[in-house]
Design a protein around this ligand. Sequence first.
Ligand code: DSN
Length: 399
Amino acid sequence: MNLLNTLKFLKIESKKQEKTINLIASENYSSLISILYSSSCLINKYTEGYPNQRYYSGCKFFDIIENKTILEAQNLFNSNYANVQSHSGSQANFSGIQSLINKNEKILSLDLKSGGHLTHGFIKNFSGKYFDVVNYLLDKNYSINKQYLYKIIKKEKPKVLILGYSSYQKYIDWGFFNYLSLKNNFFIISDISHISGLIASGLYPSPLIYSNLVTTTTHKTLRGIRGGLILTQNYKLIKKINLSVFPGQQGGCLANNVLGKFFSFKESNNINFLKYTKQIIINSKIMLKTFLYRGYESIDYNTENHMFIIKIKNINSFFLEKKLEKYGILINKNFIPNDKNKSLNPSGIRIGSSCITTRKIKKLGSELISNYICDLIKFNNNFIKIKIRLLCLVYPIYK
Ligand code: DSN
């Protein structure tokens, strides 16, 4: 494939993004400035090591950039220490776990079907292969049951408890788990990848003081460029984390992405971002309400964040995902807790409101989109395709 052909696909992809309503809860649209800076000449530079301790020469300007990015991350999350080098959330989790425990020691984490993540102990992931993993489940109300968790902790004596989830729409009582960890002597990793934007704005409680370390991606509700971040309040631990990221888990960091993160953190630390994240939660609540009104079931009557799960009955969620894509709507099929179905046809769909909120869609748009999905679950309607196109035209991603 020659260059022009490849660029053609890039153009098609960018048009497709503009013409599509994206409800994938783990995605968002970075600002053009973050995208621009993450595509800079820093791509050319190897920067193994940390500021003033590099393994290659010529890093003097990147040292300044990395230090400033660390500072921005610390300011944004009120954290004492930050490592901004992880290429992704998965790698941040690997490094985080590895900085706290040794191979074969025990992790306690929420199971994948209930909203956990692959890197929290899934059997085919590094976390499941190299550590001894015990899962906790949600109770019959799809909540984290404190008494049950307390019993599991007493029985299993984990070294690490992982909190923070990929499809959990309720509040997490970080303080309670901190209390348990102090009493029972285990570490806490809070993976806030999905909700870090809401936490940065102060709209969702921060786990920082209740966790040994916090990991996150930078591109979900935080709306930055793609990457990972690790935060901690502990001076001794940041040294271990740094060693665990480099050389423990990765080589030279993506210097260009570190600069992109700098802009992303700066952009998330102002009143406009606060307004944006408030609207994310409002839109998410409105959408859930619309689905419930139309007779669909979720795992709760409310959502406290940017997403929720809708149970899908009598219809294959794989085909529904494909069908909605044809109409210009992206969602993802998702497990529900205790799902009997397999991963290619789980019993739910996950809806997230970050992307539509970036388009400045508010109450009316959120209701319309939810109603379109409810209609499309039941029948076909080509007018909806046109309405989605119009909505995308009125609310562009990039003006
Ligand atoms: N798989 C992503 C999600 O959709 O939640 C997180 O890595």
